[in-house]
Write a protein that binds this ligand. Structure first.
Ligand code: NAD
Length: 713
């Protein structure tokens, strides 16, 4: 029985194979599809009346990639590298049979073809791609810790040369039809409706059933191996660049470049074998499990609103109010207008409100200049943002997001003024970064409609929004908040109310650890480089300069004033205090902080640091610096789960990667604990608590979990 492919033969003897998975909006490469394709190819080869075949899809896209259901569980099932090799060989062998079946096969790529989808195309003898810009081609496997394991690392370089193939394989970026034609990934582009007809025409007129690399005298375009001038540069620069960008935390790009290098100097069958061996190593490793699970499976579920309370009708925001047109308000206005939402952008003065709108104008001008948008589209988007100072303009808003100064009084004042105007059933959300939502909701007459929507800066680039549930927030408010996050194409996590919520609380532990190490006399360059070697995007001291020491100072002083004698200052706070009160080095915005910012030149660590924090005689190994930063954040995350600030380990992982750049190779903060092993994690924290202080102390809850060997996933 064939469920996934419609097979027919026309009067000219051309078989048409239409891939159309039942009950799915996209075709994905499942074991069933592979087995159906095998059966269809056998049938077409055996049928004497059939001259050749056209492969296409019955959906608007061709094939979105491989189904990773089996792959994501591979590590936890304990598969070996050999079993991973066999897994890869399954599809590889079939595609090689297709390629050498003796009859020509053309593929009509009627929409996007990614990963395994593109690898199927590469094994066909002729490729015609739809000219629709959405019909992108790509090999995104490295972005989830794998490599293209069905011939991608072998056929693509043999087709277009290693220098052009490597960026696609190593960066996982897709290319549009025009580029695919220019590079020679496809033979033709044509309107979608003409693809099958043209494919048939090629089969009848030409129909060469032998792939270029199976022809005598074949040479990889531009040469194989490292000894041609261009390849020498590609491989030498490529490997050192990879070492720099991955810091050896990500095995996939290194494995992929090795597969290309070693595979392309051998015949194709050996090359395919080499590729599968590298694939097997990756699939049986923990990094691929971490990346597939957090970046693909769990992020995908979050994007589909897995945490949305059930039984509430879907909603859409058509008119959004934003209070405060500063850095955050302006960014939220842009992403919302981009999603087709009418935005009222309110500030105390019209100039400030206009400035907020001008932020979008700046972004759009750049997009037009770079060819990502048109003047017309940009104008249409700008017309959707209405700067104002008049609360009456908020009438009819379904959602209002407050992004005024971080002051309880001002926030209470704008909440009351807004509620006097907006509809009874509108949702009110605060973008506060530190003030608990339940407390802010006290200023509201409808605390059930009050939630936190915590955006990250810069809003147009950062993919995450942290939805904070106040004590009285209703399920409906949560559901509608999530619908809005989906509408603006961001990824949500849902957390409960608590100081700093989840992301700010855990993220700040790493900057605190960095400053504590500085105060201990650890070399600041070692701290900064250790962070980068662990996979964090920037060092903790550089981050502190970016968010400004001044802000850290103000937040701490406010919290200390609020909590009185109960307040315990963080271990790194004396450093902040010295920099703000004594040294007047408040961060990048103020022109100086831990770094110097000479105009037009690269920043560098302030040489004066050594005078205030003399280097300790004995410096720790870099591993210790890396671990202090990672363990501290992971431990705080575990506390958030214990306290109920977090409800799900998946939210913790996604929030840490997409909110503050916790290294993706770890799979996120809680996956990191699972990766090192919860028992080992607790032992290390115990050691660090003795060495560095009680901030590394493990709770009974976590210790018990470790004793039971109970990880988080
Ligand atoms: P900002 O200082 O850039 O902007 C605040 C804006 O609010 C200013 O334009 C100001 O004129 C306006 N404003 C002040 N009082 C007002 C009033 N009564 N009515 C209307 N407008 C008023 O600040 P920001 O960085 O955009 O932060 C805004 C909020 O977002 C704060 O609560 C902050 O904690 C939070 N937040 C900031 C970041 C960040 O990285 N900056 C990240 C997440 C959340």
């Amino acid at each position: 029985m064939n469920n996934t492919i419609k097979y027919s033969v026309d009067a000219d003897g051309i078989a048409l194979l239409v891939i159309d998975l039942p009950d799915k909006s996209m075709n994905v490469l499942t074991p069933e599809l592979t087995s159906d394709m095998t059966a269809c190819v056998e049938k077409m080869v055996a049928d004497e009346n059939v001259k050749g075949a056209v492969l296409t899809s019955g959906k608007s896209a061709f094939i979105a990639g491989a189904d990773i259901k089996d792959m994501v569980t591979a590590y936890d099932r304990g598969i070996t590298a050999e079993e991973g090799y066999e897994f890869s060989q399954g599809l590889t062998r079939f595609l090689r049979e297709l390629e050498t079946c003796g009859k020509p096969v053309a593929v009509a790529i009627n929409g996007l073809a990614l990963g395994g989808g593109l690898e199927v195309c590469l094994a066909c003898h002729y490729r015609i791609l739809s000219d629709d810009p959405r019909a992108v081609l790509g090999l995104p496997e490295v972005t989830i810790g794998l490599l293209p394991g069905a011939g991608g690392t072998q056929r693509l370089p043999r087709l277009i040369g290693t220098a052009d193939a490597l960026p696609m394989i190593l960066q996982g970026k897709s290319i549009k039809p025009a580029k695919a034609l220019e590079l020679g990934v496809v033979h033709e582009i044509a309107p979608a409706a003409e693809l099958v007809g043209r494919a048939k025409a090629w089969l009848l007129e030409n129909g060469d059933p032998v792939a270029p690399w199976d022809k005598k005298g074949f040479k990889v375009p531009g040469g194989a191996g490292a000894m041609t001038p261009r390849n020498m540069q590609t491989f030498m620069m490529g490997t050192s660049l990879l070492a720099k960008t991955t810091q050896h935390n990500y095995p996939a790009p290194i494995a992929a470049i090795s597969a290309v290098y070693e595979g392309c100097i051998t015949p194709i069958d050996t090359g395919l074998d080499i590729e599968s061996q590298y694939f097997g190593q990756l699939l049986s490793g923990v990094v691929a499990r971490n990346m597939m699970r957090s970046l693909f499976v769990n992020k995908g579920a979050a994007d589909k609103l897995v945490r949305r309370p059930a039984g509430i009708e879907k909603s859409r925001i058509s008119k959004l109010g934003i209070l405060g047109a500063g850095m955050m308000g302006a960014g939220v206005a842009y992403v919302s207008a981009k999603a087709g939402i009418q935005v009222v952008l309110l500030d105390t003065g019209i100039e400030a409100a206009e400035r907020g709108k001008a932020y979008s104008e700046g972004l759009l001008n750049r997009a037009v200049q770079r060819g990502y948008s048109t003047e017309e589209k940009a104008k249409g988007l700008l017309d959707m943002i209405h700067p104002t100072t008049d609360y009456n303009d908020l009438e009819g808003c379904d959602l209002v997001i407050e992004a005024v100064f971080e002051s309880r009084e001002i926030k209470a004042d704008v909440t009351a003024k807004t509620e006097a105007v907006i509809p009874e059933n509108a949702i009110f959300a605060s973008n506060t970064s530190t003030l608990p939502i339940t407390g802010l909701a006290e200023a509201s007459k409808r605390p059930e409609s009050f939630i936190g929507l915590h955006f990250f800066s810069p809003v147009d680039k950062m993919p995450l929004v942290e939805l904070i549930v106040g004590e009285k927030s209703s399920d409906e408010a949560i559901a509608r908040g999530l619908d809005y996050i989906k509408q603006i194409r961001k990824t949500p996590i849902v957390v409960n109310d608590s100081p700093g919520f989840y992301t700010s609380r855990c993220f700040s532990t790493s900057t605190n650890e960095g400053m504590t190490m500085l105060a201990e006399g650890i070399n600041p360059a070692l701290i900064e480089n250790g962070a980068k070697m662990a996979g964090l995007p920037v060092g903790p001291l550089a981050v502190m300069d970016e968010v400004t020491l001044d802000l850290g100072y103000k937040i701490t002083m406010q919290a200390a004033a609020d909590q009185g004698d109960d307040y315990t200052f963080d271990s790194g706070f004396p450093v902040i205090r010295k920099f703000v009160e004594d040294l007047d080095r408040k961060g990048k915005r103020f022109g100086k902080g831990f770094y110097e910012y000479p105009e037009g030149e690269k920043k560098y660590l302030w040489p004066g640091l050594a005078g205030h924090y003399p280097l300790a005689e004995e410096q720790p190994p870099v591993e210790e610096v890396k671990n202090r930063l990672l363990y501290r954040q992971a431990l705080e995350t575990a506390r958030c789960l214990e306290e109920g600030v977090l409800n799900h380990p998946a939210d913790a992982d996604i929030g840490s990667i997409f909110g503050w750049g916790f290294p993706p190779w770890t799979g996120g903060t809680l996956s990191f604990i699972d990766t090192v092993g919860i028992g080992h994690f607790v032992e290390e924290c115990d050691r660090m608590a003795k060495a560095y202080g009680p901030r590394f102390a493990v709770s009974d809850w976590l210790r018990q979990r470790a004793a039971e060997g109970k990880g988080f996933h």
